[in-house]
Design a protein around this ligand. Structure first.
Ligand code: KG4
Ligand code: ZN
Length: 332
């Protein structure tokens, strides 16, 4: 069974083909980072237009070694995300489905991130605990079984990736700030600034990053010479505080659920300091920590094709629009 996956929920145009027997057979991602860089964030209208411009080239690249006639079904991201961007992916998926005569499977982007680790580690068993950390979401999820998800905690304000990006902007780094902060932090001292750890002791599994981001803003405003050394110390101290919050909450979640498999996914899971800190919990809690390959942490279509390959087709859905800007994971 070959599933073609399409991802256009934000600023990546991506297409991949996953074969249930042979695994990933082709994938291509076009990132719009350069297009949005000067705005310091994603401009929805520009994102939609660029998906239209690039999607056919991305399809050609992803399927250069695959006969389109051999595709059995098409999965596409129907939400959550930017409505205009999602509609481009859906419309393209509908056109392909009509011309190839194959069914469509609308899938949830967050569920894609949640399952992405299983592309490379298909044997991760249920239940497992997932820390889903991206530009739009920060969640701790009890993955009881496939399609059975319970939200244990989430950010009550900014997503962690959003905080990385905003701090990046304060330090004059390019968009998105996350990878640049990680690089800069390597040169700085993580104990130089004692930034707050909001909700660290809240007693629940919810998270908060807005206060941490504001504390960085106030610190930056106080500094007269924001030189490279100072920037590196701020980046390292911010990253350290953010990771400490995530680690404390994931520890609490491990104790609460007793789960022995921990998965970190989403764009922020590409951060090596976070990966290593959570990996180091393996001995303490007698658990195994997994994360996707770097390219499958940030937005990609391999996770959408893979997820689609696990879903059953609802033939009635093929003809109607399923796009949802907001689509909670618990409603999949
Ligand atoms: O999953 P993703 O590609 O898109 C969403 O679904 O949001 O995540 C993008 C987010 C951005 O906020 C970006 O700054 C962050 O992931 N990110 C990182 C790193 N790489 C990407 N944050 C921290 N360290 C990184 N290495
Ligand atoms: Zn994403």
């Amino acid at each position: 069974m070959k599933t073609l996956g399409i991802e256009t929920s934000c600023d990546e145009t991506a297409i991949a083909v996953y074969d249930s027997k042979n695994g990933l057979e082709g994938e291509s991602v076009f990132s719009q980072i350069d297009l949005h860089a000067s705005y310091g964030g994603v401009v929805p209208e520009l994102a939609s237009r660029d998906h239209c411009q690039k999607i056919i080239t991305v399809l050609e690249e992803a399927t250069s070694k695959i006969d389109l006639e051999s595709i059995d079904q098409i999965a596409y991201t129907a939400g959550p995300g930017l409505t205009g961007a999602l509609l481009i992916g859906e419309n393209f998926a509908q056109g392909l489905s009509f011309s190839l005569g194959v069914p469509l499977i609308p899938v949830n982007h967050l569920e894609g991130h949640l399952m992405a680790t299983k592309i490379e580690f298909p044997n991760i068993g249920y239940p497992f605990l997932c820390l889903l950390v991206s530009g739009g979401h920060s969640m701790i999820i009890d993955v009881k079984d496939f399609e059975s998800y319970s939200l244990l905690g989430q950010s009550v304000d900014d997503a962690i990736g959003e905080a990385f990006d905003k701090v990046g902007k304060l330090l004059g780094l390019p968009y998105p700030g996350g990878p640049h902060i990680e690089k800069l932090a390597l040169k700085g001292s993580k104990n130089k600034y004692n930034f707050p750890r909001p909700m660290l002791n809240s007693g629940d599994l919810n998270l908060s990053f807005s206060g941490l981001k504001t504390a960085v803003l106030y610190q930056v405003q106080k500094i007269q010479d924001l030189n490279d050394e100072v920037k590196a110390d701020i980046a390292a101290s911010f990253q350290n505080a953010a990771i400490e919050i995530l680690v404390a909450k994931i520890k609490k979640a491990i104790i609460q659920t007793g789960h022995k498999s921990i998965v970190i996914s989403g764009g922020v899971a590409a951060n090596h300091a976070l990966r290593n800190k959570i990996k180091s919990l393996e001995d303490e809690f007698n658990c195994k920590v997994f994360y996707p390959s770097m390219k499958h942490c940030t937005d990609n279509a391999a996770m959408i094709a893979y997820l689609g390959s696990l879903k059953s087709v609802d033939k009635n859905q093929t003809k109607k629009s399923c796009v949802r800007a907001r689509w909670p994971l618990t409603e999949v």
